[in-house]
Design a protein around this ligand. Structure first.
Ligand SMILES: [Mg+2]
Length: 389
């Protein structure tokens, strides 16, 4: 079996005005992603996704160009069964042969960002093909699944102090979730305003619903500590990205100063970045994004690191359908996974791309039994909303 074609598109699906939300990323008027289609010589199709922008609204022209004109051509003729070595070869670039034989990485100079986003898209699509070729869901190729349905948490929570309780309660009512995530940080202006919203949320939901907070990395170390202190009685399940990923010592300082578990990793790439988060004692929960960290291959390695250090895995799955489905298989196959992120903001990149409804019931998500990553792609939606090929 050989790859015979690789085509990526920047897909931009508009979000209806009444479903848009506002955060520190501004008003999200569309959901954008780089979607990749690989095809083999025996007609199998695999779908992948790469990510280089937060908040789902971003420019994908460069990543799509990279996939179509550099990384895609490099994998034409390769056997998808070489998924590990396709990953390593793309990461190591011109020194790939030397890296293979010497047993350690010799990555390209551009070893992060767009490069790993492109590798991520290819890796997810390769696993999709491998599952289809073997008539198995990907979780079976990864060593099995821990359960056929996994606990999920509702991700959203942008409302103000007076409305946040009702907004989060509506998530619980819609999907039976026992965990909800709300946004804090720069969108509130000050730590005490964030804390007021969180205190209102806890009061509305009672003690039995997990509340996670996500600052999108927008606090300083000092303000993250102030927020954690002011919200100390809210029994928060985790405090996500209290500070920017580039301040790992600062993140460790916040973790040491608070009893709230710290989570991070959605903007990190590769096992090497996650090693630094772990060794720096920055986090309790690792959150790799399959479309950004290096695909299914790398997310599984990161899950193993989490297990080895007695930490937990909770992948970032605010994404399009290929990334979300990939994340389901990673969660199912990783002993360290704890919960699945399920977006309660408008997400047409999951719901419009998947012909099969994607939903949570009783706070749980079903792990696909269909072959590959289990995504029945609606190609007409891609055709309609592709703005660059
Ligand atoms: Mg986040």
């Amino acid at each position: 079996m050989k790859i015979v074609s690789a085509q990526a598109w920047w897909v931009q699906i508009p979000i209806e005005t009444d479903k848009q939300h506002v955060s520190d990323f501004g008003r999200l008027r569309s959901f954008d992603a780089a979607i990749l289609r690989l095809e083999t010589d025996d007609g199998l199709v695999g779908w992948g996704e790469g990510k280089n922008a937060a908040g789902s609204a971003g420019q994908y022209g460069t990543l799509v160009h990279l996939l179509n004109h550099e990384f895609g051509p490099k994998i034409i003729g390769r056997d998808p069964a070489d998924v590990t070595y396709i990953w390593e070869d793309l990461y190591n670039g011109v020194r790939a042969d030397k890296a293979r034989m010497s047993g350690h990485a010799m990555p390209e100079l551009a070893r992060r960002g767009l490069t790993v986003a492109a590798i991520s898209a290819i890796d997810i699509a390769l696993w999709d093909i491998l599952g289809k070729a073997d008539s198995k869901p990907v979780w079976q190729l990864l060593g099995g699944r821990k359960a056929d349905r996994l606990r999920a948490y509702a991700s959203g929570g942008w409302a103000d102090k007076d409305n946040i309780g009702a907004q989060l309660q509506s998530y619980v009512d819609q999907g039976g979730f026992d965990g909800v995530k709300m946004r804090v940080g720069a969108m509130d202006g000050t730590p005490h305003r964030s804390a007021e919203r969180v205190i209102a949320a806890r009061k509305a939901l009672g003690p039995d619903i997990d509340i996670m907070v996500d600052a999108h990395g927008t606090f300083t170390v000092a303000d993250a500590k102030r927020f954690a202190y002011l919200a100390r009685d809210c029994d928060l399940a985790w405090f996500e990205e209290p500070v920017i990923g580039d301040d790992k010592p600062g993140m460790a300082e916040v973790r040491a100063a608070s009893h709230i578990p710290i989570s991070a990793g959605e903007s990190e790439s590769t096992r090497f970045d996650f090693r630094d988060l772990i060794v720096g004692r920055c986090v309790d929960i690792l959150q790799p994004d399959p479309a950004c960290c290096g695909g299914i291959t790398e997310a599984m390695r990161i899950g193993t690191l989490a297990s080895a250090f007695n930490l937990r895995l909770a992948p970032h799955l605010w994404a399009g359908a290929p990334c979300f489905f990939a994340g389901l298989h990673v969660c199912a196959a990783s002993p360290s996974s704890s919960t699945v992120e399920f977006s309660l903001g408008a997400n047409p990149m999951i719901h419009d791309l998947s012909k099969t409804p994607v939903k949570a019931e009783d706070g749980k998500i079903a792990i696909p039994d269909a072959h590959g990553i289990g995504l029945d792609m609606n190609e007409a939606v891609i055709e309609k909303f592709a703005i660059q090929g």
